[in-house]
Design a protein around this ligand. Structure first.
Ligand SMILES: *Cc1c(COP(=O)(O)O)cnc(C)c1O
Length: 456
């Protein structure tokens, strides 16, 4: 059959309260045109993030009831550890309360002041944690990634030549590890090919530099490899996942993504000495190494989620449903980053709303219009998020003005997505009437969370 269905039945539902466009105008006004300041109950379709917003399965909920809350050596940890060891092949598995806690422990134990950390693209929290220990994060993503219209299937790849030059330039002793984010969150989850993972690993090993994966979306990445990389169409996702991790010395993972849990994370390493150091730090900030800031029931939910996420029916539905939204927006002539990635679609708001100058935040203006028109919440990834004032008070802007539609896992059905598409079609018809915004209040850091804006 050509129709790809959601490979699950719905057993428990959470009602969505529908509101009217007029009501939403009032709600947005009292939130000063900042979607972070709106209550979730006033949102119809929430595409703010795919992190921790997925729907757990009946098996995961059953695991929640079975959670062993023993302080040390709980059954739930043994199950969690065994599942990850078997799937990823690492020797030491360290649970943490979420991805950034794993990153903090990783960088605090391996990186020192003045070091350099290359990646394809560092995710925000990775970058912040590298900076926190006084090191310098570098993004060495391939040049295809910068072309929104290129149909290159592995836009998350690291530029190997650049990495080689980087190692020569900075010196091996200044590079305590190489990171690679799979899928690359920046750009909506663009995948990294196995060939690229292998090449980064080879280079790292030649120079004896540890190689770590930021593997939050490892299963989505594996599915893209199966779909688009020569030699992998007949391999199982399990085999592809195993091969992926075989090239790395360790990884950090947020279980809020591909483990389809609402909270959790973990850190893996093959280095026993390093694992000891990491566990000492874990005890200081997260908890004993058999729970690491999580309850036994969380460990169960993560372990079952990991087993479910590598099922091919699930991944086919997941990747196809993101692609479906991308395809329909392309057909409407709404400019997006192509090809669609695994977990999100990015609309190029600058191109879509050319009459709004970047000083007036076209991305935020579009995000607000999507809320008024259909109660859809998205996030601006543009100058509200990445712009600001430098030390001398000079205003700077982001490179791109994007709106991200992140798709939670197993949460919305195709008719929800069709509704989003209809809302976008309706916005397109009157896009020239959308007005820009200006900031009337902003904080010094991470201003997008709390900024207040008004229409110009
Ligand atoms: C979400 C995410 C993280 C951080 O994980 P949290 O659980 O939010 O702390 C790190 N890297 C990538 C690529 C992510 O998507």
């Amino acid at each position: 059959m050509k129709t790809i269905i959601e490979p699950f039945r719905i057993k428990s539902v959470e009602p969505i309260k529908l509101n009217t466009s007029n009501e939403r105008v009032g709600i947005l006004e009292s939130a000063f045109n900042n979607l972070f300041l709106i209550n979730a109950k006033d949102v119809i379709i929430d595409l703010l993030t795919d992190s921790g917003t997925g729907a757990m399965s009946s098996q995961q909920w059953a695991g929640v009831m079975l959670g062993d809350e023993s302080y040390a050596g709980s059954n739930s940890f043994i199950f969690f550890e065994k599942t990850i060891k078997e799937m990823m092949g690492f020797k030491n598995i360290i649970p943490t309360h979420q991805g950034r806690a794993a990153e903090r422990i990783l960088f605090s134990t391996m990186v020192k002041d003045g070091d350099y950390i290359p990646s394809n693209n560092h995710f925000d929290t990775t970058r912040a944690n590298v900076l926190e220990v006084g090191a310098h994060p570098y993004d060495l993503v391939c040049s295809e990634a910068k072309d929104f219209n290129s149909s290159y299937p592995f836009k998350g790849n690291m530029d190997i030549e650049k990495l080689n030059a980087f190692i020569k330039d900075k010196g091996v002793e200044k590079i305590p590890l190489i990171m690679l984010t799979i899928t690359n969150n920046t750009g909506g989850g663009q995948p990294v090919s196995m060939e690229n993972i292998r090449s980064v690993s080879k280079l790292a090993r030649e120079h004896k530099i540890p190689f770590y994966l930021d593997a939050c979306r490892f299963a989505e990445n594996a599915y893209f490899i199966k779909l688009n990389e020569k030699g992998y169409s007949n391999k199982s996702i399990k085999e592809i996942v195993k091969e992926t991790f075989s090239y790395a010395d360790g990884c950090s993972v947020s279980a809020k993504k591909d483990a389809i849990a609402n909270i959790g994370g973990f850190l893996c390493t093959n280095d026993d000495n390093l694992a000891k150091k990491k566990k000492d730090l874990l005890i200081l900030t997260e908890g004993f190494p058999t729970y690491g800031g999580l309850s036994g029931r969380d460990l169960e939910a993560v372990a079952y989620g990991l087993k479910e996420v590598i099922e091919e029916d699930y991944l086919q539905y997941r990747i196809e449903s993101t692609k479906y939204l991308g395809k329909k927006l392309n057909e409407l002539g709404i400019p997006i980053i192509n090809p669609p990635g695994g977990h999100a679609i990015y609309i190029d708001a600058q191109k879509f709303l050319p009459h709004i100058p970047i000083q007036h935040f076209p991305g935020q203006a579009l995000a607000c219009q999507m809320y008024i028109e259909g109660g859809i919440r998205t996030s601006e990834i543009g100058s509200l998020m990445f712009g600001g004032k430098d030390k001398d008070g000079k205003i700077f802007y982001a490179q791109n003005e994007l709106v991200r539609l992140a798709i939670p896992r197993r949460t919305y059905t195709q008719s929800h997505i069709d509704y989003v598409i209809e809302v976008m079609a309706s916005i397109k018809d009157k896009s020239h009437k959308i007005k820009g915004l200006k900031i009337i209040y902003e904080s010094r850091t991470l201003r997008h969370f709390t900024a207040k804006l008004e229409r110009v």
